[in-house]
Design a protein around this ligand. Structure first.
Ligand code: NAD
Ligand code: UFG
Length: 367
């Protein structure tokens, strides 16, 4: 037996109130897992968890807690019978990470260290980690496979790369020491998650003006923002605009459920730490995304061509074959699904979760 005898269906989700974490909670609950969420609400609201319960009709347990608070984490592990951790908690804004690098290293890197220490002490050694395609950096490739060299180019990306290194080292040490219960870790490198749950009850609710393309377009479409800037139309791509691998958030979180199954199975039988790309393998340009959004929403997207954004690659998409081979996962939803679900969420929640939260301050989602 690799772990102490815990219920394999008990999952701790860090950052579970956030965009991807809340979608993961829905999938986990619907797949029969018991879910315990830890979130400090630095970039989210408890309303998302209330919506998770509304979608699933199932309870979840919520602790408002910072993952850097090891004492609080130890207490949670002592009270909850946790088998596996899905670790989404982290700060993710590239620009902010350049302005406040120490905050990013403290929150993301130290936070993960505190989490893994608390896990180790509680003998919980199965982890699914939210990494990012941003760890690949600018290697001059367009389609990325997991064995490609890493080279993140900003503090956010480097925080993810450092965490990957730490997790690989923890796992290697256990294998070297022939630990009875070695770490089993899946590093999931997301490409560009977009979309929302088909109910329109949960979705992406960025603070302030969005940095990312899809929430920006959707706020232009609803009339919250006046005009989209297309960052560069002189890239060496067919229409000159940047190409990315957009993946539906529900497909993405399904990959996490498959990763848990893999951690429990043969690939990780003797422990280990492995990276998997979660992308579709298909790239779309900025103009293709705008056209798809206009088609689905029936609204015209007002945009202008602006200079390239510093640090952007011309083209970046996944080779998703390893996830198919070892996790048995592949993305199912197409671009129109992603756009339609984004628009459904945006039209049903023009102010995101804000309006509900203002009138409903106490939504602690313990249940
Ligand atoms: P999000 O900001 O919506 O969710 C992150 C959650 O973590 C938030 O609820 C926030 O309050 C919480 N959090 C942050 N620091 C914490 C801390 N110290 N203790 C406890 N909770 C904390 O972001 P998301 O888009 O859902 O991203 C989830 C994860 O996926 C992040 O780690 C992010 O870096 C990674 N990721 C996201 C993308 C993307 O485009 N959204 C791409 C690649 C990787
Ligand atoms: N873009 C615009 N205008 C905007 C925003 C974006 O033209 O207002 C363009 C960008 O130049 C790029 C494409 O749209 O060509 C996608 O940009 P995003 O900001 O949506 O996404 P990125 O690929 O830059 O980065 C995202 C996340 C990172 C994550 C990475 C993983 O922001 O955190 O995906 O691939 F690491």
């Amino acid at each position: 037996m690799n772990q102490k005898s815990m219920n394999p269906k008990n999952i701790l989700v860090t950052g579970g109130a956030g965009y991807i974490g809340s979608h993961a909670c829905v999938e986990l609950l619907q797949a029969g897992f018991r879910v315990v969420v830890v979130d400090n609400l630095s970039n989210s609201k408890t309303e998302s968890l209330s919506r998770v319960r509304q979608i699933t009709g199932l309870p979840l347990t919520f602790y408002q807690c910072d993952i850097r608070d090891k004492t609080a984490l130890a207490d949670i592990f002592a009270h909850e019978d946790i088998n596996t951790v899905m670790h989404f908690a982290g700060l993710k804004a590239v620009g902010e990470s350049c302005a406040k690098p120490a905050l990013y290293y403290h929150n993301n890197v130290y936070g993960t260290l505190a989490l893994t220490e608390a896990m180790s002490e509680a003998n919980v050694k199965q982890l699914v980690f939210s990494s990012s395609a941003t760890v690949y950096g600018e290697s001059g490739c367009t389609q990325y496979s997991e064995h490609f060299p890493l080279g993140a180019i900003n503090p956010y990306g480097r925080s993810k790369a450092m965490i990957e290194d730490i997790l690989r080292d923890l796992s290697a040490a256990d294998i070297l020491n022939q630990a009875k219960a070695p770490w089993k870790i899946a590093l999931l490198r997301y490409f560009n998650p977009i979309g929302a749950h088909e109910s329109g009850l949960i979705g992406e609710d960025p603070n302030g003006i969005p940095n990312n393309l899809m929430p920006y377009i959707s706020q232009v479409a609803i009339g919250k923002l006046a005009q989209l800037s297309v960052f560069g139309n002189d890239y060496p791509t067919p229409d000159g605009t940047g190409i990315r691998d957009y993946i539906h958030v529900v497909d993405l979180v399904k990959g996490h459920i498959k990763a848990i199954a893999a951690l429990e199975g043969g690939t990780f039988e003797s422990g280990g730490c492995k990276a998997y790309n979660l992308g579709t393998g298909q790239g779309y340009s900025v103009l293709e995304i705008i056209n798809a959004f206009e088609k689905v929403s029936g609204r015209r997207i007002n945009y202008k061509i602006a200079p390239r954004r510093a640090g952007d690659l011309a083209e970046c998409f996944a080779n998703p074959e390893l996830a198919l081979k070892e996790l048995g996962w592949k993305a199912e939803k197409n671009l129109l699904d992603m756009v339609a679900d984004t628009w459904n969420w945006q039209t049903k929640n023009p102010q995101g979760y804000a309006s509900v939260e203002a009138g409903c301050a106490s939504t602690e989602a313990t249940g």
